[in-house]
Design a protein around this ligand. Structure first.
Ligand code: SAM
Length: 331
């Protein structure tokens, strides 16, 4: 089992399978991205070997992310490889985070491979605003993807980044639509990250405290004690019965229960969302066809997992130091 120095068992691995994306969300990527050379990327076989090592060492939940995971060529091969761990019972959940642009063709095969839930990032239901936020995205395609997921029996959670001046007016339409469609909904506070984010859009920072106050003006919100082991806190909207999540990554109110680590598509293991420390697993992976060196490197990395993170908008470090984090580690 993998246990870090603060007695937290590591059960959850997020794997970014590509740095590429077919969208260019303004808060995540610049319009002219330079992506990694192919040779730097782990092959699907290498990703399988790495993820399987983590599963052998106690990881029970795997989330596939990106970039956009569904634009990685041959990605179903990887899901298929991971589904064998579902079959043995060592992996409890195989899931993904996607922009849904490719979900219309992938939903059914994913469901057939044992995926039960999918997180879809969607910041607005207004087509023009959607195009402005994602730059390259088309809302209709995304809505088709979400409908396909629902039709395939996947449970859908919508993740919405709160952006001042960009999707404030999307709040109630999103809430109503999720209630009607039966999707869960979670709001995420925008983080000072992403490529080329310079003085990160502090003007775009919409604190969830304010968003919540706006909801509370129309609905009765009841705090729920329930925690998913992750960073979300939940409320129930009494009038609709919906459960809403709030993720405020800038506060570190969830570090004590953090059970997750993040693997990039080049084999770097990030130990904490808000810190730059990463361990190189590609070298031990490629050094030997046998896994003992890799497992030792994983243990050594977990021994470095920090107690928690400490974002601070007032410090300049956030722009330079954790700049490329989101598009590489997939959130
Ligand atoms: N392409 C996939 C998607 O759209 O869900 C997976 C990768 S994307 C980087 C994962 C999540 O990170 C998305 O929900 C996205 O909105 C979120 N994200 C990206 N940049 C962010 C930022 N600066 N602050 C908060 N969330 C961010």
């Amino acid at each position: 089992m993998l246990v870090d120095p603060f007695a937290r068992a590591i059960r959850y691995l997020r794997v970014s399978v590509t740095d590429r994306c077919d969208f260019r969300c303004t808060y995540c990527m610049s319009e002219n991205m330079t992506f990694l050379p192919k040779a730097d990327l782990l092959t699907l076989e290498e990703l399988d070997r790495l993820a399987s090592a983590f599963i052998r060492m106690g990881v029970q939940k795997l989330r596939i992310t990106g970039g956009e995971p569904l634009v990685r060529k041959g990605i179903l091969t990887f899901f298929e490889a991971m589904s064998r761990h579902l079959a043995t019972g060592s992996l409890h959940e195989l899931t993904l985070t996607t922009n849904a642009s490719q979900l219309a063709r992938f939903a059914e095969p994913l469901a057939a491979l044992g995926v039960r839930r999918v997180n879809v990032s969607l910041d607005t239901l207004d087509p023009d605003r959607f195009a402005a936020i994602t730059r390259w995205g088309r809302l209709a395609q995304v809505l088709d993807g979400i409908a396909a997921a629902k039709a395939a029996g996947l449970r859908v959670k919508i993740n919405t980044v709160a952006l001042k001046g960009m999707n404030e007016d999307a709040l109630f339409p999103l809430l109503d639509w999720c209630a009607a469609e039966g999707h869960d909904l979670t709001f995420i506070e925008v983080m000072p990250m992403g490529e080329d984010m310079s003085p990160l859009r502090l003007d775009q920072f919409w604190p969830l405290k304010d968003l919540r106050a706006r909801l509370a003006a129309r609905f009765t919100l009841t705090d729920l004690a329930e925690r998913s082991g992750g960073p979300a806190r939940y409320v129930r909207v009494e009038e609709t019965g919906q459960k809403l999540g709030f993720i405020t990554p800038l506060t570190h109110n969830f570090c004590e229960s953090c059970n997750r680590v993040r693997l990039t598509c080049t084999g770097q293991l990030y130990l904490c969302l808000g810190q730059d420390d990463a361990a190189d697993l590609r070298t031990p992976l490629r050094m030997s066809a046998e896994d003992s060196g890799l497992e030792a490197a994983i243990r050594a990395a977990i021994a470095r997992k920090p107690r928690g993170h400490d974002f601070d908008y007032s410090r300049n470090r956030v722009n330079g130091r954790i700049a490329r984090h989101m598009s590489h580690t997939g959130g």
